[in-house]
Design a protein around this ligand. Sequence first.
Ligand code: GRF
Length: 202
Amino acid sequence: MENKRARLAVLISGGGTNLQALIDAVKTGILSADIVYVVSSRRDAYGLERAAKEGIETFVFKAKKYPSPQEAEHDLLARLQERKIDFVALAGYLKLVPLTVIRAFRNRVVNIHPARLPEYGGKGMYGHHVHEAVIAAGDTESGPTVHLVDEVYDHGKVLEHASVPVLPDDTPDTLAARILVQEHRLYPRVLQKLIKGEYSLG
Ligand code: GRF
């Protein structure tokens, strides 16, 4: 990965503010990679418009539209391979990544989660549920975690965590907004380090 620019696919399901942060980071040179493919699990995800505005190729991936789960998995994998994707970044992607993709891209699929892992991960821990749990626990610190994606949900190796204070009068919304700002800072930097081979992945 040292001489050629990495090719990234970003998987989204929603607004895509993290996708935007990655697009912006490419422009400013914080992230020396090219985002060449944006895959959304939802046709109405605003992130698709962000991608289209940048001229990035998009694809709506709905596993249920295929005759079988196997065909869905293989189509997604083939699409990533045809585009010579090096790394896959999940940015608010709410579906499980097919196992064939995880296995073909071992240590090259990453996700950003809006709280500490493993404490605030697992089934049902997404969106406002995460921040509600952090506030209910009385924690004074939270913040985003970037981790590798493996076969187990929210389980892969943690690459970085950024600390964000939880304030006494926080609601899930105010806490989410404070954390999101840090997500946008953290994610491009971690991806850059991963691409440059700066993590020891064993
Ligand atoms: C972020 O909070 C991220 O941590 C989580 O999903 C949210 C996506 O937001 N995985 P956006 O679509 O990037 O705005």
